[in-house]
Ligand binder design. Structure first.
Ligand SMILES: NC(=O)CC[C@H](N)C(=O)O
Length: 464
């Protein structure tokens, strides 16, 4: 299996332990805190044998500090409360469950995500704006919410759909429960949904628009009509989630979580590259990875004019991930066209789709998209297969690309285009998420390839 982020591995093991503990620690009551002694952590001891706990201490605490005191916080709703929330899909199906988080009514496109860890990163990925995420991982909420792993400053998605909302939280880094977080972020959650069945339905029909509501006065017909009258296609969501003003970013991956020390070594060998990054809903970990490889980044709003970007004379230009339909942001394609060939460029996900259009290609909507942490990707030039993190519903149609554009990466699940290289224009693109967060790190090498492109421009290789 591909190398996973140490933080994810840690959380994965905690997650497993908690689901066992929940059943052996039924005495916790709602909103109760208490301190209990922690069992010593000895070599070979299993987390699953430990009682439930939330450590209210620093992420950077020593193991001793981490195990010295524990706080148990009983959690969020009761599983026996009445089903008070409905998810109604445009095909007329009604899924009832227990509400958590915010109350109200929300509309969005329902997608399923198959990642086993990382619900915090997924919820804060701005690319999910306009969508409801159904987690196929059956137990969600068990590691709570910390304030360090968010991929943006807020939760952009419309709603979350889970099988089993954890009644307890066990993670020394957690600060609030998932229920509390959803309330604060005004996100509706629905629990007790048979997400396996929902996922199979979405795989058969393709993505469907849904309305989620805690309002019992609304009839099913009314909700189906609402769902049928809405679509994500043609909506420009990039400018909605983008920053308003340019800003600088310099912070790389924290040393505790750095998984590619060679990035840092590489960065120390040369002056930093200046990269201008278009923010279409940029994930923090993209910025961190660029910074770890030695970039000084100026993040600019989605609509920032290309001429202004070129005036900054950067070493390279980056086009970020982002929500919604890539064909609904023609201004971004025009900016990309103006920059292409003048500076090395790199696009991830929405950035790949925007650059694909700027090359002259077209995008189309996939049946149910790719959302998860284990999609195999083949890098054609070497045949190397990466296990990758994915989150997209649209794709570039390779048949529409002009000659000169090489499809470098292929998604082995369905053969779709997962990456391109346009040598003449000094452009590389990746449809998935080399920054992971959450997900495996196999594709981190893409960042190094971008550095190589910028390096080649800085010191041209002499022709012999
Ligand atoms: N993560 C992304 O950038 C997603 C791109 C686009 N919104 C899609 O669904 O295909």
């Amino acid at each position: 299996m591909a190398a996973m982020h140490s933080k994810n591995m840690q959380r994965g093991s905690l997650a497993k332990s908690v689901s066992c503990n929940a059943s052996v620690f039924p005495c916790v009551t709602n909103k109760m805190y208490r301190t209990i002694p922690s069992p010593p952590l000895t070599a070979g001891s299993s987390f699953s044998a430990s009682p439930l706990r939330i450590h209210r201490i620093s992420k950077f605490a020593t193991l001793e500090q981490r195990s010295s005191s524990v706080i148990v916080k009983a959690s969020v709703g009761k599983p026996w409360k009445p089903k008070d929330c409905r998810l109604v899909l445009e095909d007329g199906s009604v899924w009832t469950g227990h509400s958590f988080g915010a109350k109200g009514t929300e509309i969005g496109e329902v997608v399923f995500n198959t990642s086993l860890t990382g619900y915090e990163e997924i919820m804060t990925d701005p690319s999910y704006k306009g969508q409801f995420v159904a987690f196929t991982c059956p137990h969600i909420g068990n590691v709570g919410i910390n304030f360090e792993d968010g991929e943006s400053a807020k939760c952009h998605l419309g709603a979350i759909i889970v099988r089993d909302l954890s009644l307890t939280v066990s993670n020394y880094r957690s600060r609030v429960t998932l229920d509390e977080y959803c309330k604060k972020e005004n996100v509706i959650g629905i629990a007790g949904i048979d997400t396996r069945s929902l996922t199979k339905a979405l795989r058969d029909t393709g993505c469907l628009v849904g309305v989620i509501t805690t309002d019992s006065s609304k009839s099913v017909d009314e909700l189906v009509k609402m769902a049928k009258g809405w679509t994500i296609v043609g909506k420009d969501l990039l400018s909605v989630v983008s920053c308003e003003e340019p800003y600088e970013w310099r912070t790389g991956t924290h040393a505790e979580w750095e998984f590619a020390p060679h990035a840092v070594n590489l960065a120390s060998t040369m002056p930093p590259f200046h990269v201008v990054a278009y923010d279409f809903g940029i994930k923090y970990n993209i910025l961190r990875r660029l910074a770890s490889y030695g970039c000084r980044i100026t993040v600019v709003p989605a609509t920032y004019p290309a001429a202004e970007v070129l005036k900054m004379n950067p070493d390279g230009v980056f086009f970020s991930n982002g929500p919604g339909d890539p064909s609904a942001a023609p201004y971004a394609v025009e900016n990309a066209k103006e920059i292409l060939g003048k500076k090395p460029v790199f696009g991830i996900c929405m950035g790949h789709q925007i650059l694909g259009q700027a090359f002259g290609g077209k995008t189309f909507k996939l049946k149910f998209g790719h959302h998860g942490g284990n999609h195999p990707i083949r890098y054609n030039p070497t045949g190397r297969v990466e296990i990758s993190a994915q989150n997209h519903n649209f794709a570039v149609d390779p048949a529409t690309l002009p000659s000169g554009v090489e499809v470098t990466h292929v998604n082995l699940n369905d053969g779709t285009c997962a990456g391109m290289f346009y040598k003449e224009k000094k452009a590389m693109t990746i449809q998935y998420h080399p920054e992971s967060s959450p997900g495996p790190h196999d594709a981190d090498i893409c960042f190094e390839q971008f550095m190589d492109m910028m390096k080649a421009e800085r010191t041209p290789i002499p022709v012999s």
